[in-house]
Write a protein that binds this ligand. Structure first.
Ligand code: AHG
Ligand code: MN
Ligand code: MN
Length: 354
């Protein structure tokens, strides 16, 4: 008699079918309320990412997708139409979600309250809707960055409860809109990447427990600001110019540059400049979420004086200098900042040229 068909509850389709929401539940090994919330939060952020990706893909074909709005945001930066679109996408995705009670965005001066969610919404979402928006009009990679914090007990209009260190993030991640759309996240249990399968409309698991290599060849910094840096940063750049084994890579979008470093190692820097002494990047929705990922992946993120995750913000749009990436490469930059030349780590693949 022929063997009867026995369905296997298991592995056959796992690689092709592990979605983001399943992955969160699996990581927490629970179907409890917190796991359900985090799973739903990731699904909603993923939906925002799919909507933004769709708009970007067709940006050259539709009205009012490219170019500037003519307005400036609270940081004094010219706002692009795509910044506004993506900001509105995140708002509409989270309205009536019952998940987040407040939003904080690069594109909104003040905290955006969603009172109808507050009865059940135990979280605040902080985000950069389009990171690297100068790349939008030339069809290069951009991203969205997000950070999730637990809603405090005694919240007020000022958002004072949000002014705590990045160690209070419960989840963080980004969406990279490149040749494919990639979702990278951590809930404090490693860093995991998902790729959007357009035929399914789902983010499918691509890499789990990503570790940043301890050293990488890439250094990523806007060298056009050299004249505006303090001497230790100039000395660091002179050092990499004079040693074999380094490659400059800078895309103008932090998410893309960080993703390269997460996967291949190296260091990204945005130091303070004469014009912007605290650098350009915002702590709560740029530097802190990426620092959370970096530490989860055995990398490091610092202002040069303090670990990014230890910085207590003084306001929601606070900026900090950022040095982030492979532990050895961040340590090399720090060795210049701290004038610890004698302790400078040896660069095994490098060769001094002079
Ligand atoms: P945003 O588009 O959200 O304002 O962020 C742009 C940031 C970051 O993505 C990038 O690394 C950096 O600004 C580029 O700035 P410079 O053009 O000054 O190098
Ligand atoms: Mn940004
Ligand atoms: Mn932005």
């Amino acid at each position: 008699m022929a063997d009867s068909y026995q369905p296997v509850a298991g592995d056959t389709l796992d690689r092709d079918s592990m979605t983001l929401s399943q992955h969160v539940l699996q990581q927490l090994d629970s179907f409890g309320p917190e796991a359900q919330d985090l799973s739903a939060l990731m699904s909603r952020i993923a939906l925002a990412g799919k909507l933004v990706a769709r708009r970007l893909t067709r940006a050259g074909l539709v009205e009012d997708a490219l170019g500037f709005t003519g307005r400036e945001n609270i940081q004094g930066e010219s706002v692009k139409k795509m910044d506004v679109y993506a900001n509105d996408v995140f708002i509409s995705v989270f309205q009536r979600s019952g998940l987040v009670c407040r939003l904080v965005s690069e594109e909104m001066d003040d905290i955006y309250d969603i009172p109808e969610n507050c009865a059940t919404g135990r979280y605040t979402l902080l985000y950069d809707p389009i990171d690297g928006s100068s790349n939008v009009d030339i069809n290069l990679n951009v991203g969205s960055i997000f950070s999730i914090r637990q809603q405090g007990e005694d919240t007020d209009k000022t958002g004072a409860d949000l002014l705590t260190s990045g160690r209070d993030q419960v989840a963080a991640g980004y969406i990279l809109y490149g040749p494919s759309t990639v979702f990278v996240y951590s809930i404090g249990k490693g860093v995991h990447a998902f790729t959007l399968d357009p035929s399914l409309g789902e983010f499918i698991l691509a890499s789990e427990h990503i570790q940043i290599p301890a050293h990488g060849a890439n250094y990523s910094v806007n060298e056009g600001n050299f004249w505006q840096w303090e001497d230790p940063y100039r000395d660091y750049i002179r050092y990499v110019h004079r040693h074999e084994g380094y490659s400059a890579r800078y895309s103008g979008a932090l998410v893309g540059d960080f993703h390269r470093i997460l996967m291949q190692g190296g260091v990204f820097l945005y130091p303070g400049t004469l014009k912007k002494p605290d650098g350009k990047l915002r702590l709560l929705y740029e530097s802190a979420p990426l620092a959370f990922l970096a530490e989860q992946a055995s990398g490091k993120a610092t202002t040069g004086k303090q670990l990014i995750l230890d910085v207590d913000p003084d306001q929601i749009h606070m900026r900090t200098p950022l040095i982030i990436g492979s532990s050895e490469d961040v340590a090399l930059v720090e060795s210049f900042l701290q004038e610890r030349e004698l302790e400078r780590p040896p660069v095994t693949s490098g060769r001094t040229l002079g």
